[in-house]
Design a protein. Structure first.
Length: 248
């Protein structure tokens, strides 16, 4: 029970990595605030967790919308208490050739993958600073280290996440607030089917040192480590969870 009694805000919680994090945090005693744009799926996840005894509030929130974030967070805090842990996981990754990319597509990627973290972090950070405690984990991507074709807007946004992590860690360390980052590799999630071919997936696996698919639970376990006292000597760090795809 590494998170017993802690209140965790998790974005992008209805599917994939976010769902895996939500389940593992519940197993370790956290109270959960779940944000996802798909309200129906998010409430389904919350219902499953509630049935096993977890205190959870789920909201259909567009993480590009600061007013919606603040409103949902205020409602949740009244019930569960102030946020101890923030997991910035929400993200999208549609592929697009750079020269065919529109300004709107570029802006949308930055808004969901990077600016959303600005919104959520600004929303919870004053409380963490006032109580002199808090852990923030940002989900980036190993593609920042690799570079990937047809993903310039995505890779740029995920590089921004690493920059945000490092600089924010400098700003808030004196208040006992920790900011770290995870760079997942090719994770087996349902959404993968829409963006990758079987041939591409086989190629990625052939380049990994560990010859199996990386699963949401693999990311969730490292997220748990960065959210509990076991990582109290670390801040401003980026941890690859990619099966040894890249040695960085």
């Amino acid at each position: 029970m590494l998170l017993n009694g802690k209140v965790a805000l998790i974005t992008g919680s209805a599917t994939g990595i976010g769902k895996g994090i939500s389940r593992l945090f519940a197993e370790h005693g956290a109270k959960l605030i779940l944000f996802d744009s798909n309200e129906h799926l998010n409430r389904t996840v919350a219902g499953e967790l509630e049935s096993s005894g977890t205190q959870v509030r789920a909201f259909g929130v567009d993480v590009r919308n600061r007013a919606a974030i603040d409103a949902a967070l205020g409602e949740a805090i009244e019930v569960l208490g102030p946020v101890d842990l923030l997991i910035n996981n929400a993200g999208v990754y549609p592929r697009q050739a750079f020269l065919d990319m529109t300004e709107q597509q570029w802006d949308e990627m930055q808004a969901v993958n990077l600016k959303s973290m600005f919104h959520t972090t600004q929303s919870v950070l004053p409380g963490m600073i006032a109580r002199r405690t808090g852990k923030i984990v940002n989900i980036s991507s190993v593609t920042f280290h690799l570079g990937m074709a047809n993903l310039v807007h995505y890779v740029a946004s995920k590089g921004g996440v690493i920059g945000l992590t490092r600089s924010l860690a400098r700003d808030v360390g004196e208040y006992n607030v920790f900011v770290n980052c995870i760079t997942p590799g090719a994770v087996l999630v349902d959404a993968e089917k829409a963006v990758a071919t079987e041939e591409q997936i086989r190629q990625w696996m052939s380049e990994q040192s560990i010859k199996r698919r990386i699963l949401p639970i693999d990311i969730a376990r490292v997220c748990l480590f960065l959210s509990c006292e076991l990582s109290d000597g670390m801040t401003g760090q980026s941890l690859n969870v990619d099966g040894g795809w890249i040695m960085h």
